[in-house]
Design a protein around this ligand. Structure first.
Ligand SMILES: *[C@@H]1O[C@H](CO)[C@@H](O)[C@H](O)[C@H]1NC(C)=O
Ligand SMILES: *[C@@H]1O[C@H](CO)[C@@H](O)[C@H](O)[C@H]1NC(C)=O
Ligand SMILES: *[C@@H]1O[C@H](CO)[C@@H](O)[C@H](O)[C@H]1NC(C)=O
Ligand SMILES: *[C@@H]1O[C@H](CO)[C@@H](O)[C@H](O)[C@H]1NC(C)=O
Ligand SMILES: *[C@@H]1O[C@H](CO)[C@@H](O)[C@H](O)[C@H]1NC(C)=O
Ligand SMILES: *[C@@H]1O[C@H](CO)[C@@H](O)[C@H](O)[C@H]1NC(C)=O
Ligand SMILES: *[C@@H]1O[C@H](CO)[C@@H](O)[C@H](O)[C@H]1NC(C)=O
Ligand SMILES: *[C@@H]1O[C@H](CO)[C@@H](O)[C@H](O)[C@H]1NC(C)=O
Length: 522
């Protein structure tokens, strides 16, 4: 083992001694790191350690491609080799300089560290390519655009939609020359353009704008709404059924179904279609549904019954009052309702003059078909006779009238008093009833006295509970008496109050129409 190691060490020594004369150092390649196409650029290769008397050949190669010599230089005495390069696209990448002794194959060639040369090819001929195929597409599809250039290296890309820069997000992804919108919406419609650009030496920049490409995103038709109005035409009645989608790119084919039977169809250039269907008033004419179809997509509306009930009486008014801080009624809400009818319109009248919209002391709020509300402040100008009329919205000759109600401040304020009187009367009656019961009970106890002690005990207990209840009623009655007194006191002061609305304390008080009508004076 030892002699073997000795031989190796000896060999190494002799070798290094021999090479000290003829050693080839590692060349250094240097020069600019960027070069513009079709310009001349000098790259340099320097050899610091080289054997004397040997002719050294320095060659420039692309890394990994020794077959093609890009430039060469023969040096006898360690000058710096200069490679003038007329820049071509093939010069782009890692370059290396190889040094070898020309007539001495014993000397191993050496290679420099690679030098990266960026060859800038000015960008030209940008063009948008729709990789996803169609320029027209339905929402929800993928849009994949690419910006192709005929020439250009180290290119960066900017995308524009309708001359606005496309801002990137998870919904608008851009990478290299690609713009990807995984799920388009109608907002992505418009003219797309890409601008490809590159720069040389941070000083010179090149741009190429593509021409614009129109991308149209078609809205998918949404679930249609179905509704109908009634039309009277020469004493015949029709339902005008409207099928309406909120969005959808036309053409959309609308169909109307009565149960399973298709009644009408129509190709619409909007998102809406109307159909006229004959109708018999007061009769159920079937269940109707709209279908909207766009290409492969079909959506349906809800089902609605086609039934029109004409207006039917009686038409009644009931009211709720608003009570002011001083407990006077300052405002009224009159409700007008008809017993029957599906397509109703309402009219309010004061002294037979029509009230509509908003006036100095009133505000009409229609809530068809259920009801109409007349909101009014109670004052001098609002005094008069009120009534409402309800008619079919498609035929105003069918008006049904409510009873007339005379309303002024006194009438309105006497109503709560009336209620108080009624309630007080009821309580008095109740107390009397309780007293009578007690009296009968006492009589009964006297007669049964001494029969069964246990029975008496139980009777006493019930009586105790009974008297407890009585206490409660008496208490309630007191409160009501107090309220009645307040009301009375207030009625006198109410005369003095003016037409204005004071701060209203809302005290929900609904009185049946009948009770209200009792007080009318007309
Ligand atoms: C090399 O140079 C030495 C002198 O430095 C000279 O004696 C010798 O002949 C040269 N050898 C060759 C091969 O030229
Ligand atoms: C090296 O060899 C070439 C022929 O292979 C010859 O022409 C040239 O003169 C030689 N150079 C030296 C320095 O020996
Ligand atoms: C690169 O830019 C520098 C200034 O930033 C300028 O001095 C130099 O000449 C430019 N080189 C080329 C090759 O244009
Ligand atoms: C190219 O696009 C850039 C950036 O939008 C703009 O400034 C320039 O005017 C455009 N050039 C042409 C020829 O349209
Ligand atoms: C639409 O209605 C017409 C008659 O008005 C009918 O000929 C046609 O077949 C219908 N189309 C469809 C798709 O049902
Ligand atoms: C709808 O269909 C029902 C029975 O299928 C029929 O009685 C009714 O008249 C139809 N309605 C219309 C408006 O055609
Ligand atoms: C309505 O008529 C009554 C008399 O019937 C009258 O006192 C009142 O001022 C009239 N109201 C209006 C607003 O004309
Ligand atoms: C019914 O309405 C029409 C127009 O909408 C109007 O001309 C006519 O006077 C009205 N008839 C009645 C009785 O209100």
């Amino acid at each position: 083992m030892f002699p073997f190691v000795f031989v190796i060490v000896l060999g190494l020594c002799s070798c290094s001694q021999e090479n000290s004369q003829s050693v080839l150092g590692r060349p250094q390649l240097f020069g600019p790191s960027e070069a513009l196409l079709e310009t001349v650029v000098n790259l340099n290769c320097k050899l610091l350690t080289y054997p004397k008397n040997e002719s050294i050949l320095l060659q420039l190669f692309k890394e990994g491609d020794r077959k093609r010599v890009l430039a060469e230089y023969t040096s006898m005495a360690g000058q710096i080799a200069t490679f003038p390069l007329y820049i071509r696209p093939r010069h782009d990448g890692n370059l290396e300089c190889v040094a070898r002794a020309q007539n001495n194959s014993k000397i191993e060639p050496t290679v420099s560290i690679t030098h990266y040369l960026k060859v800038i090819v000015p960008v030209q001929g940008a063009k948008v390519v729709v990789r996803s195929g169609q320029q027209e597409m339905f929402e929800g599809r993928e849009l994949d655009l690419r910006c192709d250039v005929t020439t250009g290296s180290y290119v960066s890309y900017t995308w524009f939609l309708n001359n606005q820069r496309v801002s990137l997000s998870p919904h608008h992804r851009a990478a290299d020359d690609q713009l990807l919108i995984p799920s388009v919406t109608s907002k992505d419609s418009g003219f797309y353009m890409c601008v490809a650009s590159n720069t040389f030496n941070h000083t010179e920049s090149f741009h190429s704008n593509s021409s614009e490409v129109l991308i149209t995103v078609k809205d998918l038709v949404s679930k249609p709404d179905i509704s109908f109005s009634v039309l009277k035409d020469d004493s015949l009645y029709f339902a005008v059924v409207t099928c309406q989608s909120t969005k959808g790119h036309p053409p959309v084919i609308f169909k109307l179904f009565n149960g399973t039977a298709q009644i009408h169809n129509m190709t619409s250039n909007e998102t809406k279609a109307t159909f006229k269907v004959p109708l018999v008033l007061g009769q159920h004419s079937g269940w109707f549904q709209c279908q909207a179809r766009q290409g492969e997509r079909t959506v349906y509306s809800e089902w609605i019954p086609l039934e029109v009930e004409p207006v039917g009486g009686p038409v009644k008014i009931h009211y709720e009052s608003d009570v002011g801080e001083d407990f006077a009624v300052v405002g009224l809400r009159l409700y007008c309702k008809a017993a029957k009818g599906t397509h109703l319109q309402y009219q309010w009248f004061l002294n037979k003059t029509l009230l509509s919209g908003r006036g100095s002391f009133y505000h009409v709020v229609h809530q068809p078909p259920e009801q109409s509300i007349l909101l009014m402040s109670v004052g001098r100008s609002s005094a008069g006779t009120y009534h409402c009329e309800v008619s079919d919205s498609f035929d105003n000759s069918t008006a049904v009238r409510s009873r007339r109600h005379y309303l002024d401040r006194e009438v309105v304020n006497s109503l709560p008093l009336l209620v108080v009187v009624v309630v007080f009367g009821c309580f008095t009656f109740l107390i009397l009833l309780v007293c009578v019961c007690c009296w009968i009970g006492v009589l009964f106890r006297r007669r049964e006295f001494g029969e069964k002690s246990l029975w008496i005990l139980e009777m006493n207990r019930t009586n105790a509970a009974f008297e407890g209840d009585l206490d409660v009623t008496e208490y309630d009655e007191d409160v009501d008496l107090a309220r009645a007194a307040e009301g009375g006191e207030f009625d006198q002061t109410s005369e003095a109050s003016v037409d204005e609305w004071p701060q209203i304390v809302k005290r929900g008080k609904t009185i049946e129409d009948e009770a209200f009508e009792d007080s009318q004076r007309v």
